[in-house]
Every structure is written in structure tokens, then in C-alpha cells.
Write a protein that binds this ligand. Structure first.
Ligand SMILES: Cc1cc2nc3c(=O)[nH]c(=O)nc-3n(C[C@H](O)[C@H](O)[C@H](O)COP(=O)(O)O)c2cc1C
Length: 188
């Protein structure tokens, strides 16, 4: 059975570095037989979790009627999820954080509903490395989240790319994204 891979792109640049690397990852995944899809979060209607807790008590999941209702089933049916984000202010973008906060609604039953799935990270930043850019904070956030919900945090591709087109000029980075896509397509 083909693996299903969902890439969430949190950059507002539809042709930016995150998009370039996401395309590479998807190409690698498809070449290896996976079904892969990218969702661009920017421009979608994703409201902030308002902590109403209806998801925890109502048994019907999140009650906010917005575009997360289209994303939830895609998260649930995927084998692997890729968080693709630039570093903004030493963290992930706000678009990505809004989406991640809404995963709270997947915690309502006995187990977190994405438990056991693989989660990977594709990340770019303008500064020179993981530490000066603040990218390390994103890794720390996802590590803690995965430990908490029982997801398998496996596969991190990151690199320096400031302006549109920079990632494309970095064959090593492009290759890493392609290989991550291939690895996500492999049977677990
Ligand atoms: C609002 C904003 C905040 C940013 N904050 C950081 C930062 O904290 N650290 C960093 O290294 N780069 C930062 N950058 C640079 C972006 O990470 C970089 O331009 C990246 O390539 C953007 O990815 P994209 O082309 O996929 O949108 C910031 C850029 C913007 C627009």
C-alpha cells in the first residue's frame, strides 16, 4: 500500500524557499511510490484555538467552523506529516502555529489521534545556522509535542536561505529534501 504524506506549508510565500523544498520532498516521495499532497496554510481560514474545550467534552471534535475542518481528515488519513516552515522571529510562522494549536482537538479520546504517525520537519531561515536563526526552537517545540502525543519525530531537513530562489541554488539542501521524501515513502 502506498504511503500517504501530507505536507503543511506555513510560509506566506507561495513560491518561496519552503515551497521549493516542499516540491522537492513531494517529488522524492512520489518517485518512491507515495501519495503526497501539500497544503498551503497561508490564506486559509484557520482561527486561533479559543480553549472552549468543546472538543474535550462534546465528543464531536473541534466545533470551530473554518478550514481546519478540511485539514483534520487529511491529517487523520496520512501516514506521515511534514511541518514545512520558515523561521519567523526565532520560531515557526504564525500560520503554522495556529494550525498546530488546533491539533488539541485530536486529543479528546483515550489516545491522541495522530499517535504513532511520523512527523518530519522542513525548515529554512535567513541566518547562517540552526542556532543563530532560532530554528533550534522549532525543533525543540516539535520534539516536545511529539513526545507528549506519541508521534514519531523523525527526519529533519533545514538550511539557510533568505531570498526567494536561494534554496534552489543549494543542491545539497535540495537533495536532502528529496531524500527525506523518499524515506517517508518507505514501509515502516
Ligand atoms: C517576518 C519575518 C521574520 C523572520 N524571522 C527570522 C528569524 O527569526 N531568523 C531567521 O534566521 N530568519 C528569519 N526570517 C527570514 C526567513 O526565514 C527567510 O527569508 C526564509 O527563506 C523565508 O522562507 P520562505 O521563502 O519559504 O518564505 C524572517 C523573515 C520574515 C519575513
Amino acid at each position: 500500500m502506498s504511503k500517504k504524506i501530507l505536507v503543511l506549508n506555513g510560509s506566506p510565500r507561495l513560491k518561496g524557499n519552503t515551497a521549493t523544498l516542499s516540491d522537492q520532498l513531494v517529488a522524492g516521495a512520489r518517485e518512491a511510490g507515495a501519495i503526497a499532497e501539500i497544503i498551503y496554510l497561508h490564506g486559509l481560514d484557520i482561527q486561533a484555538c479559543d480553549a472552549c474545550d468543546a472538543c474535550q467534552t462534546g465528543g464531536k471534535g473541534c466545533v470551530i467552523a473554518d478550514d481546519m475542518q478540511y485539514i483534520y481528515p487529511k491529517l487523520l488519513s496520512s501516514d506521515a506529516i511534514v511541518i514545512a516552515t520558515p523561521v519567523y522571529w526565532y520560531s515557526m510562522t504564525a500560520q503554522m502555529k495556529l494550525c498546530l494549536d488546533r491539533w488539541y482537538a485530536l486529543e479528546s479520546g483515550q489516545d491522541f489521534e495522530l499517535k504513532g504517525k511520523r512527523l518530519s520537519l522542513l525548515m529554512v531561515y535567513g541566518d547562517k545556522d540552526l542556532y543563530s536563526s532560532g530554528g533550534i526552537t522549532v525543533i525543540h517545540t516539535l520534539e516536545g509535542s511529539c513526545r507528549y502525543v506519541g508521534m514519531d519525530f523523525d527526519g529533519i531537513v533545514h538550511g539557510s536561505a533568505m531570498d526567494i530562489g536561494d534554496a534552489e541554488k543549494d543542491p545539497a539542501l535540495m537533495g536532502q529534501a528529496h531524500r527525506l521524501g523518499k524515506s517517508l515513502a518507505q514501509p515502516s
